[in-house]
Design a protein around this ligand. Sequence first.
Ligand SMILES: [Zn+2]
Length: 379
Amino acid sequence: MELTVQIRTGGYTGDPSDLTQVLDAIRDVFARLPVSRVIMGWCVLPEVYQQAASIVHDLGAELYLWLPMFSENGLLRDCSPVIGLSGQESRPYQLDDSENFDFYCPNSPVNQSALLSLYDEYFAGIGFDGVFLDKIRYPSLINGLDGGLGCFCPNCLTAYDEAGIDIDALRSRISALPYLETPFGVSDYQTGRYVFTDSLWDNFFSLRQSIVSVALRNQCAALRQLGLKIGLDVFAPFLSQFVGQDITLLSQLADFIKPMMYSATLAPAGLPFETAALLRATGMEDDPRSYYRIIGFDPTIQPFDLYFCAREIEALRQACICPIHPGIELNRIPGVAPTTTEYVSRCLDAYEGAPGLVLSWNLLNMPANHLDTVAARFR
Ligand SMILES: [Zn+2]
């Protein structure tokens, strides 16, 4: 099993992580674990990556640069926001002073090319083996119902029209959402993706998935021209459908994909956090049949139960053409990622058959006990 470890060096704004602390953490994790790949990003200080590259390469591992695709880039480039049903810009979800989850429309050529432009200006020539693309999606319902089911910018309205989607019907459907008996009319999980039995939703969600995939295809081709491999950060399958990610399609573009299987995280991409936002938006917070009404599975199962997650990962493995490396949150961050060694151990059991794991999402906050729990499996 391949082990990848992720380190957050800071965002485009806010204070970057301490260079010495980052380099010490890298040396320490290699002393404990057989790491094959390190992912780090995305503060714009070249020296942190230059020094890390020399350590990581001397140890025979690969270094990937972690970059956001349709969020955060507006801090350094002129990007156009996702527009909600109301005609207003999708509101950001400010996690901390270095990450704002402000989303830019995946259907805009300007937004698509921001990534390459930022790579050229800040990261070219450092010697990365690959890039790891995050936030390759529309906003989730954490950004509210309005933005979470966007986009209604002129580009997207044209795309809906060309795809034969009745825009007025879509508008009234989204407006009625909290009151619908079966909000999305979704059937069960089939061959790596959920199929929406309601044709309006299915056309809408499929189109968003195709917009993201096409945007990614062009950017990935340009990155490969630079000799870079590609890793992709995606939502857990159950959630990915709602944010424009068809993981089976994306698997054609990547060297590996990391679904964020954050069953304990109470922040964006965290399964309990995202599913709560989904239930709130669909008016089902207190409905015991809520998951059944959304995606048609046993109402006693929650999408963040590890055995449900393991089933999703196995279905993805069969449907995707690149390796699937589940991301498990090994960091412990009060109020955000309250992980325990017992939780880490249960995740390792759940994803035992996977070809790789990504120890997520910030090595600097991973307790030594958590790392040693992983190490024990490799002895
Ligand atoms: Zn748009």
